[in-house]
Design a protein around this ligand. Structure first.
Ligand SMILES: Cc1cc2nc3c(=O)[nH]c(=O)nc-3n(C[C@H](O)[C@H](O)[C@H](O)COP(=O)(O)O)c2cc1C
Length: 218
């Protein structure tokens, strides 16, 4: 128990009681309603002696869903559902971050009534298949977001007074693994320079640690 693994760790204003962190893992336990439930609260509470828990990916709006039975946080009812988990973890002295998820091109039109999934650019995932509500399907070319849509997508995240930020019962953690959310906007294989933005002189570098203060690229 003297191992450094069991020593506290200071993460900004949080003190983790040890250095063990639960990796985010999609468990798909909500059913079609995507409502966080008691089963999930038990799962996280059982692991609350870790220094920090990061939840499974949690979608920030209806249009970004791309995995069956994964939870959301885009309605007040969902936010209430998450309180089952956060209350259970906090009651055991644990800390938990919600992992926010925009599935982007890793989604499929079967999740959206036949409409294409949205992504930074119209570039599909080159290999593999996706599990959809109608079975396994090849990946599709997503619809590239229009410049005018970007404020809506940003607004459904955690910036400013967005609904997700208001509903978030805990620290937010943007999902950045391959093809999802942050990495989609920074990797060349999923995002090409947006000509409309460039022409308008709006190309900016967003500091992900401080998304409120974008600065223009030199
Ligand atoms: C069943 C399962 C579900 C996962 N779900 C997520 C997820 O929701 N969000 C995420 O960022 N990573 C997810 N991952 C990736 C894991 O968090 C982790 O990064 C990966 O398993 C590699 O772990 P390692 O670095 O310990 O090998 C998932 C992995 C597994 C096995």
């Amino acid at each position: 128990m003297n191992s450094v693994l069991f020593q506290p760790f200071h993460l900004r204003d949080l003190t983790l009681r040890n250095r063990i962190v639960l990796a985010p893992m999609t468990r798909a336990r909500t059913g079609a309603a995507r409502l966080p439930n008691r089963l999930m609260a038990d799962y996280y509470a059982q692991r609350s002696s870790a220094g920090l828990l990061i939840t499974e990916g949690v979608t920030i709006s209806e249009e970004v869903n791309g995995w069956s039975a994964s939870p959301g946080i885009y309605t007040d009812e969902m936010a209430e559902g998450w309180k089952l988990t956060t209350d259970a973890v906090h009651a055991k002295g644990g800390l938990i971050f919600l992992q926010l998820w925009h599935t982007g091109r890793a989604s499929h039109s079967n999740f959206h009534g036949g409409r294409s999934a949205v992504a930074p650019s119209a570039i599909k995932i080159s290999d593999g298949e996706i599990h959809t509500p109608n079975g396994k399907q090849p990946h599709e070319v997503p619809r590239a977001l229009e410049t005018t849509e970007i404020p809506r997508v940003v607004g459904s995240g955690t910036t400013g007074r967005s609904p997700t930020r208001r509903r978030c019962p805990t620290g937010p953690h943007p999902r950045g693994r391959k093809g999802t959310r942050t990495s989609r906007f920074t990797r060349r294989n999923s995002s090409k320079p947006h000509s409309t933005l460039e022409e308008a002189g709006h190309v900016q570098h967003i500091d992900l640690a401080n998304p409120q203060s974008p600065r223009r690229l030199q």
